[in-house]
Design a protein around this ligand. Structure first.
Ligand code: ASP
Length: 320
């Protein structure tokens, strides 16, 4: 009897580790909590393509939009923790959401196995091409004078485009009408066609439209200009030095995903970020790649805790 229980226990242990060793055996679902074609989707598809090669199985991106990204992340958090559902979270879903959603169904600091940072994405202030201003100062003056007429696009409460424009609007003292979208991919289409006036968005979504002149970029909210858009002034150069913000996009798995699987995913992501082609695509779009020290799950887990602590008071104050 004793022997058979031991044998059974050994068999269970073997099955668990054998499963992790042979992972993945089928395609992996990566939930992107916004519409296709926007910044989170762009970063996800670029890294997923290279990770798929390393893992020997396809990572299939599934767009589950809604509620500023919290719908998709809730679904991903509640998925089976077997390595076959992972997600691309970001500064909104894993940093801002706790401050803006009193009934959020996940805790960014507890309900995930962090896989690793994928890319930082500086924020730009952009407007439709015939917005009546030629620089940030003129834009701010126009917004202040026409606060009741202008509208601002965003990707839902708590999305990066929402939270970073809450900060921008509160710093300049305007409260425009906000138009929510399922992602800034569709929002950008409406900005190009002039249906909305302005937005605060992540660089990877914007480079080609800015270069083509189909939208105006007034400033990039980082200390140095981006090599991807060398003509766009920093917020400091444009006269708003206190507005500096770079978003981030990172891969997570649901809590209790086996450690070996988390490790396999983290090293595939690490490898993707060292791959010349993958790196080049992200850099061309203005992405900022994590240094070696900023890679992996441990670093990301500690970072998310700091981000939630950093954003909660700031956003509660700015959204008053
Ligand atoms: N991540 C973007 C945001 O937070 C939206 C998107 O990816 O479409 O605004």
């Amino acid at each position: 009897m004793r022997t058979s229980i031991l044998a059974l226990a050994a068999a269970v242990v073997l099955t668990g580790s054998a499963q992790a060793q042979t992972y993945p055996q089928r395609p992996i679902n990566m939930i992107v909590p916004f519409a296709a074609g926007g910044p989170t989707d762009i970063v996800a598809r670029i890294v997923a393509e290279n990770m798929s090669k390393t893992l020997g199985q396809q990572i299939v991106v599934e767009n589950v939009a809604g509620a500023g990204g919290t719908t998709g992340i809730t679904r991903a958090a509640q998925s089976k923790p077997d390595g076959y559902t992972i997600m691309m979270g970001h500064m909104g879903t894993h940093g801002a959401a706790p401050a803006l959603y009193p009934n959020l169904k996940y805790d960014p600091t507890k309900d995930f196995e962090p896989i690793g940072m994928a890319a930082g994405t500086p924020i730009l202030i952009v407007a439709k091409k015939d917005f009546p201003a030629n620089n940030l100062k003129e834009m701010i003056a126009y917004l202040k004078a026409n606060s009741d007429k202008v509208n601002q696009a965003h990707a839902g409460i708590g999305a990066v485009s929402h939270m970073t424009c809450i900060l921008f609007n509160s710093q300049i003292g305007v409260k425009p009408a906000a138009v929510p979208y399922s992602g800034t991919g569709p929002a950008l289409n409406d900005l190009v066609s002039g249906q909305v006036d302005y937005m605060c968005d992540q660089i990877v979504n914007l480079v080609s439209q800015i270069k083509a002149g189909s939208i105006k970029a007034f400033a990039i909210a980082m200390p140095e200009r981006s090599p991807a858009l060398p003509d766009v002034p920093t917020t400091k150069e444009a006269g708003m030095p206190d507005y500096e913000v770079t978003a981030w996009n990172a891969v997570f798995a649901p809590k209790d995903t086996p450690k070996e699987i988390v490790t396999a995913l983290s090293s595939a992501l690490d490898k993707a970020l060292d791959d010349a082609g993958t790196k080049g695509r992200l850099l061309d779009l203005g992405g900022v790649l994590p240094t070696k020290a900023e890679r992996g799950g441990d670093w990301l887990g500690a970072f998310v805790k700091k981000e939630v602590a950093r954003w909660t008071p700031v956003l509660k104050e700015a959204s008053k």
